[in-house]
Unconditional design. Sequence first.
Length: 311
Amino acid sequence: MEPGSIGNCILESSRSRALRNLMMLFALCILASDCAAQTSPLTPLIVTHKLPELNSAERVLHEVEVLKLALDKTIAEFGPYELHGIPPMNRARTLVALSHNVYPNLILQMSYEDELAEQEKLAFIPFPLDRGALSYRICFMRDSLNATARSVTRLDQLKDYHFGIGIGWADGKILRHNDLQVIESNSVVSLFRMTKAGRVDFFCRGASEFFYEQQDPNSLGLTSDTHLALYYPLPKFFFAHKDSQAALHRVQKGLEIAYNDGSFNELWSKRHMHTLTRAQLKQRNLIKLENPLIKHLAHDYETYLYDPINQ
């Protein structure tokens, strides 16, 4: 063997071992990286919602319950999420925040209007979150109306009265379209005060809203009308900024799952069925109003509506 050949063999052997060790180390790094990717938690999806205007530890908006249900149903496919609340604000300010995408993935229940749906910055899910329950309105009223309200059975008899409405609510546009007088204010609390003071004659709410608010001190012990009910189709959908399409898609998928497995209707019943029954709508003088804001809305959503009068 030539001089230096043994040393060359040892050197080559050492290089081979070093290369094998390096390749094994590289393979282990890749495996560790894959494992870490599989076991490390995903970044939660931040979804923003509004807080209730009347604060209570027992009060959670139905829309937030539905939002949480839809997100829970999609954790396996889309991963974890976090819900963040924003302070209550009137509809006009809320719409500005939504249109300008101020909050991450802000998803809000809003009364559908053709004008809203046609805005390029907004997107919505055509699923009625309340199944039409909030289309039936029962009213707080000015105390002195207790006797005269019983005789109201027709729309034209309401034209001399003033209805309290929040600023920007679709209800105001609907009532005006039906030739009724509207007084707007920026909060539910102020509308209670205006009704108590006699500036507003009727302040009408959905049954689930009415019976909750009736127990709140802010309602000031207002007289509850037991003879009259208004009805106007008022589909309530989830709206979001168009840049939140991914979050909205996830919520829509979750709603479909929840509706098909029965959990959505179970949640809806807990929130609305008791109060619809308690409202005794069949025994009231039901006055129907036209909603001019939904002329371009497809009727598919009506499949999900609940009819408390004919059930």
